[in-house]
Design a protein around this ligand. Structure first.
Ligand code: ZN
Length: 549
């Protein structure tokens, strides 16, 4: 089994991702800094023939951070999960096994997983003894430290400690574990073109890596300045020396073996770089099964080069990819337009958090993301970009929507209305074909009793349909639309097919049921045999009320 890790510095801008993936010749490819958020994901990136893929997205900024793992069909994982802490677990096909998270706060865990920095896939493998084992591959993009910002320094250290907690928990459970990715730490002085000899080993993230890794005769105890740092980079449960750096296992003293170079200074030509990208296998696995590890410096197309390791393991493909697989996303599974599916997916979440997430995606900072920095002393070498933004979670404004807001709101409504069409088998709406003219949907918090108001909204939505058809990707409209989704009715019922919160719709068609509201499955429509697509759930809000005449 061959595994590649590569910080691609933007996955959407590659001329041919498929060619890249094929030429890297690996069974499992772990990419970091995809700079793809959920709103941007498109089919050429999401679905590559012969592979199945799993993404983690930033919830804070659009076009920021992000990791993705692509698996050859022969190594289709059994489980897949976004994040390290379980706060993003979907409830279906998660990897699980989190370790003791009692040393982290709830909000801290959410924050550590909110930047799309980790995805875990769990595979079934057969080792050279013929034993069948689990293998968890943790693909991470560790935050880079902005030396000016103590909060980011702490964020990085806590992320590392959470990573260790999860990796060691999976290991203790009996799984093989491989941590791969851009760790954003040069481990030893030979891993850095310009190490600061005084402070180099005392940096707490480096201390963390020292302890995390096993190496012959090395003292793995922590040497930190104060107790606070000790608490940031360890818990009473974290161990030492459980993992091995695959590259150094074969080349312990090789100099100038860098994986990242500054593009602004063209330092790749002079090989003036750092080694930040690692394949860290658990000690048992590395000692028994690691066959090779190379840094593929000849591969261009990013400010990092890929690193590849080969293990004497054979993948045993799962029969069915786990539900996190991109091919099940509504817009790729069915024929839905991208924006539409996105809304439906988000609508399931039914919470204020969900609305924050979508609203936050509108503040684009992707233009700042094109510059990169070497992890240490960045202020001397290049501008600080990655962490200089303010990834703050803004509270959604719960203003009452009027006039100008109404048009935007109509976007969401028109979309719901569109989705209406082929969908609902039950009576009034099932007009089929362009039956979207027949009904209109409203959302939680927008319960409208007054028919005249409703009419206005319906008219507005009709106006917008034409414009949204041409530009379905206007994420901006989502924020306004979401404002209408908050508050209002109590919890919606769970759909029969997925046990997920339903959305509310309303009959617009003239007739006895006009303006009646009903619940349906929140998912996007898809092939009828596709379990990930919308189920048949239908129920009136006013079940007990008699039909109007
Ligand atoms: Zn459903």
């Amino acid at each position: 089994m061959k595994i590649v890790t590569w910080n691609v510095n933007g996955i959407r801008t590659r001329p041919s991702l498929k060619e890249d993936i094929e030429s890297l010749d690996a069974d499992i490819l772990c990419f970091q800094e995809t700079k793809v958020t959920r709103d941007m994901l498109e089919e050429p990136v999401a679905v590559i023939d012969g592979y199945n893929s799993y993404f983690s997205f930033s919830r804070k900024k659009t076009g920021y951070s992000g990791v993705a793992t692509y698996c050859r069909e022969s190594c289709t994982p059994v489980k897949a999960e976004e994040g390290l802490s379980g706060t993003l677990a979907s409830g279906k096909g998660d990897v699980g096994c989190y370790g003791n998270l009692g040393y982290f706060g709830k909000e801290e865990l959410e924050s550590l997983d909110a930047e799309g920095r980790a995805i875990i896939t769990q595979h079934t493998v057969r080792n050279s003894d013929g034993d069948v084992k689990d293998l968890a591959i943790i693909n991470v993009y560790v935050p880079r430290v902005d030396s000016e910002r103590d909060d980011r320094k702490e964020y990085k250290l806590r992320f590392l400690t959470l990573l260790q907690t999860r990796a060691e928990a999976l290991l203790t459970q009996g799984s093989y574990v491989i941590v791969v990715g851009d760790i954003n730490i040069s481990h030893r002085m030979i891993d850095h073109c310009n190490p600061d000899s005084e402070e180099f080993n005392l940096r707490p993230d480096r201390q963390w890596l020292n302890r995390f890794l096993w190496s012959e005769g090395q003292d793995s105890s922590l040497e930190v300045k104060d107790e606070q740092e000790l608490l940031q980079i360890s818990t009473p449960d974290t161990k030492s020396g459980q993992f091995i750096d695959s590259f150094r296992y074969f080349y312990p003293d090789e100099k100038d073996a860098f994986t990242c170079w500054c593009t602004l200074t063209s330092s790749r030509v002079t090989n003036y770089g750092t080694r930040l990208d690692y394949i860290l296998g658990d000690a048992g696995l590395v000692k028994s099964s690691l066959k090779a590890c190379v840094q593929m410096v000849e591969v261009q197309g990013s400010d990092h080069c890929p690193v590849k390791a080969e293990f004497s393991l054979a993948g045993v493909a799962a029969i069915k990819a786990p539900s996190l697989c991109t091919k099940y996303m509504p817009e790729f599974a069915g024929k839905q337009q991208k924006l539409s599916s996105f809304f439906v997916k988000a609508a399931k979440k039914e919470s204020v958090n969900a609305s924050e997430e979508v609203i936050e995606l509108t503040s684009s900072q992707s233009s700042q993301e094109s510059n990169k920095s070497v992890e240490s002393n960045p202020e001397k070498k290049r501008p600080l970009v990655e962490d200089s933004g303010k990834p703050v979670l803004k509270k959604p404004k719960l203003e009452s929507k009027k006039s100008s807001e109404e048009g935007k709101q109509a976007n969401l409504m028109s979309f719901f209305r569109k989705k209406q069409l082929a969908n609902t088998k039950p009576e009034p709406v099932k007009q089929k074909s362009n039956g979207d003219e027949k009904s209109s949907d409203i959302t939680n918090g927008e319960r409208i009793q007054d028919k005249t108001v409703d009419k206005k909204l319906v008219e507005a939505s009709e106006k917008v349909v034409k414009t949204t058809d041409t530009k379905p990707e206007t994420v901006k409209s989502s924020s306004a639309a979401w404002k209408g989704l908050l508050g209002g009715l109590g919890k919606p019922p769970l759909c029969k097919g997925h046990k997920e919160a339903c959305v509310i719709r309303m009959v617009k068609k003239d007739g006895p049921n006009k303006f009646r509201q009903f619940y349906v499955c929140a998912r996007a429509e898809g092939h009828s045999g596709n379990p990930e697509a919308r189920c048949e759930h239908f129920e009136w809000l006013d079940k007990n009320k008699k039909k109007k005449l």
